[in-house]
Write a protein that binds this ligand. Sequence first.
Ligand code: DON
Length: 327
Amino acid sequence: LVLISKAFRHNFIIPDFQNFCKYIEEFYWKCKSNTEGKVASYIPQLARMNPDYWGVSVCTIDGQRFSIGDVTVPFTLQSCTKPLTYGIALEQLGQEVVHGYVGQEPSGRNFNELVLDYNKKPHNPMINAGAILICSLLKTLVKSELTLAEKFDYTMDYFKRLAGGEYLGFNNSVFLSERESADRNYALGFYMRENKCYPEKTNLKECMDFYFQCCAMEANCESMSVMAATLANGGICPITEEKVLKPDSIRDVLSLMHSCGMYDYSGQFAFKVGLPAKSGVCGGMLVVIPNTMGICCWSPPLDHMGNSCRGVQFCEELVRVFNFHRY
Ligand code: DON
């Protein structure tokens, strides 16, 4: 109803959405011919991904939608869950508690490097160490009476509400495979235990399983664009109008996506594109244009930093034509 009345009054956030979509289509086809990059190969389930997959979905904060390409094919969220679990932790525990355990600085190192900051905390929630720590906060401090199985449902339900009830799944073979080839993540987990990073009573095995399960959760471009739009809309899902996260939590999530969301390319991405984003090893990219729209780009071939080649190119094309750069 809100959408229809806005349409009559011509006061959408993107007034000429049809024309905007023509540009999105043009960028899409331009990026499709980019055949650079390599699909992640650290587990066979990801190595088998078709490098030709390429999809882009857009969802504005007033619910206008556009999708092109492979937008209903499921892919695992991987590191795209890091800002989402961080958002849930902020929502439930508040900024002060959460940042008593994890920092806000870009690490300047690889996403899985065995390193802590000068306070012996993981640098930020967007790298593996920080995300494992956030999983321990969610598992140990948020509704601590819940079993791991219930905690999984609780988190899935949160993600689903961020996605307005659209597709969210779980890829069990990716989960099992991740867990089997996780020497570095286990090393990070134990290193943080040695340095007393976790809340008391943390069960490290459960915390690691929860981290691998989050990596193996699935979405598609369409549902992920709704998640991005919820982040763009101060935490209110534009499809269901449900308040999923508080504006304060969103501000913190977007700040750290802006400074730390794109691995070692975060500084350059913030400079060139100027938008909060988070990439994952499966080739997904959550891109947020605050107070305007959410975008999901998905294409498995990654550059040497671990970001989707087509996804990064798409964002660069977008801000070349539209004035979305924050500054
Ligand atoms: O935990 C890992 O290393 C993999 N599941 C990759 C996660 C990812 O996307 C990289 N993130 N920063």
